[in-house]
Write a protein that binds this ligand. Structure first.
Ligand SMILES: [Zn+2]
Length: 319
């Protein structure tokens, strides 16, 4: 069992480097088994690009005796339909629950593929994520269509979740109980985490990255660090996030990167430096080989500087 898991995790890393590409019109989804009844869709460990057709979210599939749970079904109907096909090949159990961890389009717009199922699955999110999706999904759909092209997004309609997940609550899927955590703001305005203690499995949406520079366009640096410190204290062997891995491969390095941003910028502010020194202030050496470093890291430094400078001027203690 342990060997199987290690083997899979190695394969996940290799995938990011391989030239595996689903065609836009007929996406192909392969499910990799993490443990009995728990699978993740193989996805590119990369930002959304036309070349990867937005297939960048390792959707989680959990098969139980009471039906199937899908967390973050993906970017569009084509991916969702292919995911559904892969689930059908595994089990005759109906998809009963679809969870949206946060309101980023590549995670949620494939809800469309599951809305026509009978019985209809429950689409679940936190109140904040449901409200954000109501507000923004139309714009997000336009934006993703402009990015990926009409053919890739064909059949993708907006399907909104119910605001049913509450912090500290539990989601029961068959024999598995998932503790619900909300972190707001963190990677996005509100991030939902599902934690199955008996499976030692954490599903954290956009809160952790693996060998890839995190996206912080809507992030709170301090909120995200706080969330990762809390998640790191949980007993877990496997994390499903923007890639799958162990906590040491996902939660730990993501926090190390965010800590490096915070520590470097706080020291620079304390020394009276201005924003023109921001990039030099951060000790980024350990992260230079991460994907998207050249493009993404300078944007993150700018955002982190603005947030920490604001706190600094308001006399708040460092996070
Ligand atoms: Zn995200």
């Amino acid at each position: 069992m342990a060997a199987t898991r290690r083997g899979f995790l190695g394969a996940t890393l290799a995938l990011g480097l391989a030239a595996w590409q689903p065609a836009a019109a007929g996406a192909r989804v392969t499910l990799s088994r993490l443990q009995p009844g728990v699978y993740v869709a193989r996805a590119h460990n990369a930002e959304v690009l036309r070349a990867n057709a937005g297939a960048v979210v390792p959707s989680l599939v959990h098969v139980t005796r009471a039906g199937v749970l899908v967390v973050d079904p993906g970017p569009h109907a084509a991916w969702g339909n292919a995911l559904l096909g892969a689930i059908r090949a595994l089990t005759p159990q109906p998809v009963r629950w679809v969870v949206n961890t946060h309101a980023h389009p590549e995670h949620v717009l494939a809800n469309a593929a599951f809305a026509g199922l009978r019985p209809r699955p429950a689409f679940l999110a936190s109140a904040a994520t449901a409200a954000l999706m109501r507000q923004r999904c139309a714009d997000c759909l336009d934006h993703l269509t402009a990015q990926l092209g009409r053919a890739a997004m064909r059949g993708t309609a907006i399907v909104l979740p119910e605001p049913a997940l509450q912090a500290g609550g539990w989601l029961q899927t068959g024999e598995t109980a998932w503790q619900v955590q909300l972190h707001a703001p963190a990677h996005s305005a509100s991030d939902t985490v599902l934690y199955a203690p008996q499976l030692r499995l954490l599903c954290v949406g956009g809160l952790a990255y693996r060998e890839r520079v995190p996206e912080m366009q809507e992030a709170s640096l301090q909120g995200w660090r706080h969330a990762l410190r809390q998640l790191g204290a949980l007993a877990a062997d496997t994390v499903v996030a923007t890639a799958a891995g162990t906590p040491a491969q996902t939660l730990v390095p993501t926090l190390a990167y965010l800590d490096a941003l915070a520590d470097g910028i706080e020291s620079a502010l304390a020394a009276g430096h201005d924003a023109s020194h921001a990039l030099d202030a951060v000790a980024a050496g350990p992260f230079r080989h991460w994907r998207h470093f050249q493009a993404r890291h300078p944007l993150n430094v700018q955002r982190a500087w603005r947030q920490l400078e604001d706190s600094w001027m308001q006399g708040e203690p460092p996070g």
